[in-house]
Design a protein around this ligand. Structure first.
Ligand code: ZN
Length: 185
């Protein structure tokens, strides 16, 4: 399956709510394969369909030894504990800021064949689930930062030369700076 270009901050598709999947067909399985391959190629901990320009509620994850995908996901916090630590995003390459998230979550959804799936996650996997479901609602992690960090992040993003650039990069001509290795999603 081909690796697809990841849409970057400034692309409207990242600010658009994705639609529920209603047909569990070969096209959906191709999307899951593309997401998985692209996530692995980029060294990401997760990837959501809108990041490939597809407005469907699907994401893949690979963190803490857990790999998989979830279709039409929902999640809820387990307990009140929070975590505060570095978070990155493949659509905001090379940058990371400390972001507050629930420490433990449980997510429900479906696999690509339409079978119900439940995932329980803590720490990085919990952070990933929250980050990816945000993507499906058009929310980016910079929106979740504390006010001061958010202001600083937006100032950096305004000056980032790739922000708002056309995300379909010519093959072999990477425009992006190196991807940060701190739990990018
Ligand atoms: Zn992301």
């Amino acid at each position: 399956m081909p690796v697809q270009p990841v849409r970057l901050f400034g692309d409207p598709v990242l600010r658009t709510s994705a639609a529920e999947v209603t047909t569990f067909d070969a096209e959906l399985r191709r999307l899951v394969a593309d997401l998985t391959d692209t996530m692995h190629d980029e060294g990401g901990a997760g990837l959501a369909a809108p990041q490939l320009g597809v407005g469907l509620r699907v994401f893949t994850y690979d963190c803490d030894g857990f790999t998989g995908h979830l279709v039409n996901p929902t999640w809820e916090a387990v307990g009140d504990e929070e975590q505060f630590g570095p978070e990155g995003c493949l659509s905001i390459p090379g940058l990371a800021w400390d972001c507050r998230r629930h420490l433990h979550v449980v997510a429900h959804g479906f696999d690509m064949y339409g079978e119900p799936v439940t995932i329980e996650g803590s720490e990085i996997l919990a952070r990933c689930i929250q980050h990816e479901v945000d993507h499906l609602d058009g929310v980016l992690f910079v929106d979740r930062l504390d006010a001061e960090a958010r202001e600083a992040a937006l100032a950096v993003l305004r000056d980032a030369e790739w922000a708002g650039e056309q995300a379909y990069l010519p093959a072999g001509e990477p425009l992006r700076p190196p991807v940060v290795k701190v739990s990018p999603h």
